[in-house]
Design a protein around this ligand. Structure first.
Ligand SMILES: [Zn+2]
Length: 569
């Protein structure tokens, strides 16, 4: 029996142009894989031209005539693609190679109801179908509202998950990317962004200290080797710094976005010598940015140069009011969590957000004053880097998705070009993958609602008990976000009754385990609340008694259940 039918004809192969770049070839393989999973159909992949009875995957650059027939891409979106059925052929056309890959993933989601909820096949929802019927005249147009959609990871499975949800940039963790990882990234067609905190490689080598202490930063009146800054007012120290940058770029020429970040330390200054203290950190930073940007342009002409508002540079320069080439090939990254009130929209300027908003506004004004022509992105920290055993921050990995939506919409309104995560996890599917997945959907389309995404997620991930789990999660979030008190703790504890009542009718091991994870998470919520209460009461005995269950929660007590759902140290 024919499984894929377009009009009245079977679709029996996947083709792509002879000279297709790796992402298009990869897109064809991905389409083949998921069609097999969902329809149990074996379908060949081959080089070829558009033909009846075929999927044809390409880009508007490789096949302008085909793209023209498919019609214009949607206005106001990025990495756009069109899937259209015409002349008994399924055309999947991206405006660039990664968009051809998105065409496949978006088609699979639209027509076969597949979802990519989290890294790893076990977190994907792949319903089986007996057949797929398509009609000539069918058109699916998709695109994303932000130019840059960045995900921090070094993990290939996480990368794959992110790209399936239209992430187009990977912030690589580490100072180098090896050939194998690079191949994976190129196959996906995404941009490689990094290295980030890299100044330790560029500052003058310790061996020079004896002969040239003047290259090194002055700390409390003494020259010191700190492996992260130099006496930047010394021209020779700066020359060494820039030369080392050049050498590094020659050895690591693969960055699409070169992220030039100082080391991750809150310095009072880069160097405390009288000459350096004539200017503050932001001025020295921009001085170095301007020199480094020229070198990056010379060595990696296609790369974008990224600079950052973070730690000492969250404040604007006072003296240096010029950016290399007006920043036309630069990306400015706001990384300003600090005192931000993450449980209320940024735009409201409530609590500490007012202070952070001022930093934001000052930088926007600075960029505008210097005639900045580059792009701007924001990296957000909704989970506060809450990792197992990092301390009782009390959020229990429950993110305020409605607030995140408001923030994303605000960024769009502000003309921000890019968004990025700082999730700190390769996998965060606990208590469920909803939050991370929801965040990525909002990057694609900030006009969608959190409730609509819940409608989509819960029945697919939790099956017949989806509605019950959703109700429980809503109540849990409400209780967890309330002020901690003995009554509040009782309220959180009482939610076990809701959990007890959630009983799937059929034996389904995967669902049983997912529900168990929700229950373990509830235990974690109670524990965090109790610890917080003990702190507030200044009751060290109570706190000490809770220390052990807390410290062993991930590594020992629940390791076997949680592994594969959350990174465990
Ligand atoms: Zn100095």
């Amino acid at each position: 029996m024919d499984k894929i039918i377009l009009g009245k004809k079977p679709v029996e192969r996947i083709t792509y142009p002879n000279d297709a770049p790796p992402p298009i070839r990869f897109a064809a393989e991905e389409l083949q894989t998921y069609l097999k999973e969902s329809l149990n159909v074996e379908i060949d992949v081959e080089k070829g031209v558009p033909a009846k009875g075929a999927f044809f995957i390409s880009t508007s650059e490789l096949n302008p005539e085909v793209a023209a027939d498919a019609g214009p891409f949607e206005e106001g979106k990025y990495d756009r693609c069109i899937v259209s059925c015409r002349d008994d052929c399924v055309f999947m056309i991206g405006e660039n190679p990664v968009s051809a890959l998105y065409a496949v993933y978006d088609f699979l989601q639209d027509r076969l109801n597949i979802r990519f909820f989290a890294p790893g096949r076990e977190h994907e929802y792949i319903p089986t179908h007996s057949a797929l019927h398509l009609e000539n005249g069918f058109v699916l147009q998709t695109g994303s509202r932000f130019v840059i959609r960045d995900y921090v990871t070094n993990n290939s499975e996480t990368l794959s998950f992110a790209v399936k949800n239209r992430v187009n940039t990977i912030k690589w963790e580490g100072l180098n990317c090896d050939a194998k990882d690079l191949e994976t990234i190129r196959a996906h067609g995404v941009k490689l962004r990094g290295p980030g905190h890299i100044w330790s490689l560029f500052v003058p080598d310790e061996s020079l200290f004896e002969k040239h202490p003047e290259y090194f930063p002055m700390l409390d009146g003494r020259r010191t080797v700190n492996h992260r800054t130099a006496c930047f007012s010394n021209p020779e120290a700066r020359r060494i710094f820039i030369q080392k940058l050049r050498n590094y770029l020659r050895e690591n020429p693969y960055w699409d976005i070169f992220a030039f970040w100082a080391e991750d330390v809150k310095d009072p200054y880069y160097c405390g010598c009288p000459k350096c203290t004539d200017m503050e950190i932001p001025d020295w930073y921009i001085t170095l940015v301007n020199e480094a940007a020229r070198v990056v342009e010379e060595e990696l002409p296609h790369a974008v140069f990224e600079f950052i508002a973070y730690h000492g540079t969250r404040f604007t320069p006072k003296q240096v009011k010029k950016l290399y080439r007006n920043g036309e090939n630069m990306l400015f990254n706001f990384c300003i969590g600090y005192t931000r009130d993450l449980y209320n929209p940024f735009e409201k300027k409530t609590y500490g957000s007012a202070e952070v908003f001022e930093m934001y506004q000052n930088w926007r004004n600075y960029l505008s004053d210097v005639g900045f022509k580059g792009q701007i992105m924001i990296m957000d920290y909704y989970n506060l880097c809450e990792e197992p055993n990092q301390g009782p921050r009390g959020r229990a990995l429950l993110w305020p998705m409605e607030v995140i939506r408001e923030d994303v919409r605000f960024y769009l309104k502000e003309g921000i070009d890019g968004v990025g995560d700082w999730i700190c996890f390769d996998r965060l599917c606990w208590p469920s993958p909803f939050n991370v997945w929801c965040w990525l959907q909002l990057w694609k389309n900030p006009d969608t609602t959190v409730e609509a995404l819940k409608d989509d997620f819960y029945p697919k991930y939790f099956g017949e008990v989806g509605d019950d789990v959703r109700k429980y999660m809503d109540e849990l979030e409400a209780a967890m976000h309330q002020r901690t008190s003995p009554e509040n703790i009782e309220q959180v504890k009482a939610l076990t009754q809701m959990l007890d009542s959630i009983q799937p009718s059929q034996r389904n091991d995967q669902l049983v385990h997912r529900l168990k994870l929700v229950r373990i998470h509830h235990e974690y919520c109670v524990l965090l609340k109790e610890i917080f209460q003990a702190f507030s009461e200044n009751a060290p005995e109570k706190w000490q008694a809770l220390e052990k269950p807390y410290m062993t929660f991930f590594e020992e007590t629940h390791r076997s259940d949680l592994e594969g759902h959350i990174d465990i140290p």
